[in-house]
Design a protein around this ligand. Structure first.
Ligand code: SF4
Length: 221
């Protein structure tokens, strides 16, 4: 084990960190402090840890998850501690492609609240996270099974799919959100039609609620 991992010099934990946890490597696209722009936690500042790689390739995906650097957990911790914020969102790409337990142990020991945004195709271990957002992509991939069927919020990108697609799945979640598909390369008219359609579907289908990507209007990440 490298010397730098034998003793974590980063403040905030009175217990001894595991050298194995500190040395764990992750593919990281970016780490940044911003406001959650979507869903039930809209408006709340978080530190976002965006992981590289995804097991799907949605046509509307706006994340370059193939451009990443490899960081150890101790490097990630050092970045996260720069921000005066104790709420973290693991996002991607698909964060659940990673073993998040080492990061969980290091961050929980320092009092962080941990959330994730996942496409639901991978089981999430019990107790790993404080808040689970599942955003299934079965409107794109009807044959991909959703394995994680419980969580705090179900957030579906609306592209005109029949909501009966979620009849079973929706019972496992406290909050149900429909989010209009926004494609940056499309014009205002195209995106506007999608917004209007989603608004109508939400009005006709309680308890689904509208989620908008407000961070995009503000021009922030
Ligand atoms: S699941 Fe999410 S990150 Fe993966 S390709 Fe689809 S939109 Fe992009």
């Amino acid at each position: 084990m490298k010397e730098e991992f034998e003793n974590c010099g980063i403040a905030g934990n009175t217990a001894v960190d595991s050298p194995t946890d500190l040395a764990m490597e992750y593919k990281i696209v970016e780490i940044f402090h911003s406001i959650q722009g979507e869903g039930a936690k809209c408006g709340i500042p978080h530190v976002f840890i965006r992981f590289g790689k995804c097991n799907l390739q949605c046509e509307w995906c706006d994340t370059d998850f193939e451009t990443f650097t490899t960081m150890t957990a101790i490097d990630i911790l050092g970045e996260v501690l720069k921000f005066d914020c104790r709420k973290i969102i693991f996002t991607g790409g698909e964060p659940m492609l990673n073993d998040l337990w080492p990061l969980h142990r290091l961050l929980k020991a320092r009092g962080y609240e941990l959330s994730c945004e996942s496409n639901g195709t991978i089981d999430i271990p019990e107790g790993l996270l404080d808040w689970i957002t599942i955003s299934p992509k079965d409107q794109e991939y009807p044959n991909v099974s959703i394995r994680q069927r419980t969580g705090n919020e179900l957030k579906c990108v609306y592209v005109g799919q029949d909501l009966s697609l979620y009849d079973d799945l929706k019972h496992g979640f406290e909050h149900l959100f429909l989010q209009p598909c926004y494609i940056h390369s499309q014009d205002v008219e195209w995106n506007g039609k999608n917004f209007a359609l989603t608004e109508k579907v939400v009005k006709d289908n309680s308890p689904w609620r509208l989620s908008l990507q407000t961070h995009k209007w503000m021009g922030i990440d």
